[in-house]
Design a protein around this ligand. Structure first.
Ligand code: ADP
Ligand code: ASP
Ligand code: MG
Length: 466
């Protein structure tokens, strides 16, 4: 059985959902032809493109007491979903889907009115509001598949994805989630249905709605695939696969046909938005291949992600970059060599729940990068008790990934040859030597990525957005 996750652009409108149905139908034919003992697929969908951002905007308006603005946006969103529900080609099923949409938006209006009075939106309410996007998109897709004779059956993600109570970044609880999926989704599969659930969304064991963090529908796909021992997890999106660089930064990146789990997770972590960083872990744990595919060009081979991959002669596999990063320089001539200094330093970040990405140390200073600036004033204050602290904003992390970095020492020199005269602030290469990571000014990102891409990938053909 295959799990198919469709991102926001792959369910954006009626035409996109028509394409989705074609892709699901083809998979059903393949399963039937292979006499698959456990046919599927299980379908996981994102909210229609742009909807999560809009819902978070609604929450912000409610928090600011702008009930008119919030209601206006909700009316718009309700109307968009009603229109997209046209795709359900059966009168009774369409009416039922529209009633579901109405119920969800009626409830949102009540919540938003109440929050508008309180003028405060807690993370818990934020999750309930944001989750509505996936709840309604999955209703529409399930009904559309049912109407088309493809046996779509809606599954409430809040009943099957059991998470911690860390709102807006909830952590899945695998034993409970497996049990719930086995009890709910497995019988549907056995009865020949295509279970459809919203990604991104879960609930605590007490039934309080949570979300897995932005981009979390990929994670949902991987959780479902891993708990149900899927044969493959497919991430359907709007590009031909994992590309050698972000297509919004580099012209004509090429598709990486096969990439290792480790390389893909480094790239996802450092900004290759096509995959949620946490996605890979549950898949790796069960050795389940992940495939990134283009829902507008279903025939394109996409990118296969597996534990290991055949060697490639390109040197590097791909590039990624992450902007809006702040470098924190921490200098202490007195303390650095003292026992316990690093512990004290990192405890400050820990207490402020702020992850650091790149870390470098020298005799008298430590430099780290953070991309979450919310707690920086508190962090600087605490660090200043025992060190001098300075900040540099508008910096960016560039990450060049390739298993070859481990085996071919000259690659690092080639990377910096390509970077040329652009000032590099921090530089780090971890023990695994699968990547080389460095920090530059944000404004230098297009130049540096362009140079690196020319040096390592120029001779190859183009891939990219359909
Ligand atoms: P979805 O809505 O399907 O989840 P996302 O917007 O989350 O899609 O991810 C797909 C987008 O990721 C692409 O449209 C592309 O602009 C961006 N992207 C950034 N880096 C890469 C990369 N290295 N390879 C492919 N896509 C990338
Ligand atoms: N809709 C959610 C988001 O925009 C989750 C996802 O699409 O992956 O972050
Ligand atoms: Mg995504």
């Amino acid at each position: 059985m295959v799990v198919m996750k469709f991102g926001g652009t792959s369910v954006a409108d009626q035409a996109a959902i028509e394409r989705l149905m074609g892709i699901v139908a083809r998979q059903r034919e393949q399963d039937a032809a292979a006499a698959d003992a456990a046919p599927g697929p299980v379908v996981v969908v994102s909210a229609l493109s742009g909807v999560t951002d809009r819902l978070l905007g609604v929450a912000a308006e409610a928090g600011a007491g702008d009930n008119e603005g919030a209601r206006h946006n909700l009316r718009d969103l309700r109307a968009r979903h009603m229109t997209v529900a046209e795709v359900v080609a059966d009168d009774a099923l369409r009416a039922a889907a529209r009633a579901d949409i109405d119920r969800a938006f009626d409830e949102l209006e009540r919540i938003v009115d109440a929050l508008g009075v309180l003028r405060e939106v807690s993370p818990r309410w934020l999750d309930t509001i944001a989750a509505t996007g996936e709840i309604v998109s999955s209703r529409i897709v399930a009904a559309a598949l049912a109407a088309r004779g493809l046996h779509g059956a809606w599954v409430d993600a809040r009943q099957v994805i059991v998470t911690s109570a860390e709102h807006t970044a909830a952590v899945p609880q695998f034993p409970e989630t497996t049990a719930a999926l086995e009890a709910t989704v497995r019988p549907l599969l056995a009865a020949g249905h295509v279970p459809v659930l919203g990604g991104f969304v879960g609930a605590t064991k007490d039934g309080v709605t949570t979300t897995l963090g932005r981009g979390g529908s990929d994670f949902s796909g991987a959780i479902v695939g891993s708990c149900l021992h899927a044969a493959e997890i497919q991430i359907w999106t709007d590009v031909d696969g994992m590309l050698t660089a972000d297509p919004r930064v580099v012209a004509n990146p090429r598709v990486v046909p096969h990439i290792s789990f480790a390389e893909a997770s480094e790239l996802a972590y450092f900004g290759a938005k096509v995959l949620h960083p946490a996605t890979i872990q549950p898949a790796v744990a069960r050795d389940i291949p992940v495939r990134i595919l283009n829902s507008k060009r279903a025939e394109a081979p996409g990118t296969l992600i597996t534990a290991n991959r055949p060697p490639s002669d390109l040197g590097l596999t791909a590039l990624a970059s992450k902007k809006h990063v702040t470098v924190v320089d921490i200098t202490s001539t007195r303390m650095l060599m003292a026992h316990g200094f690093l512990r004290r330093l990192f405890e400050v970040f820990e207490r402020n729940k702020t992850p650091v990405d790149v870390v470098t140390t020298s005799e008298v200073s430590v430099s780290v990068t953070v991309d979450d600036r919310r707690r920086l004033p508190a962090i600087v204050e605490a660090l200043s008790e025992f060190a001098e602290v300075s900040l540099e904003h508008e910096m960016a992390i560039v990450c060049a990934v390739g298993e070859g970095l481990n085996t071919e020492p000259r690659l690092v020199a080639r990377v910096f040859d390509a970077v040329g005269d652009v000032p590099v602030k921090l530089l780090s290469q971890a023990a695994t030597r699968r990547n080389i990571t460095f920090v530059i000014r944000e404004t230098d990102v297009p130049l540096v990525l362009g140079r690196l891409h020319d040096a390592f990938f120029a001779s190859a053909g183009a891939g990219g957005r359909a």
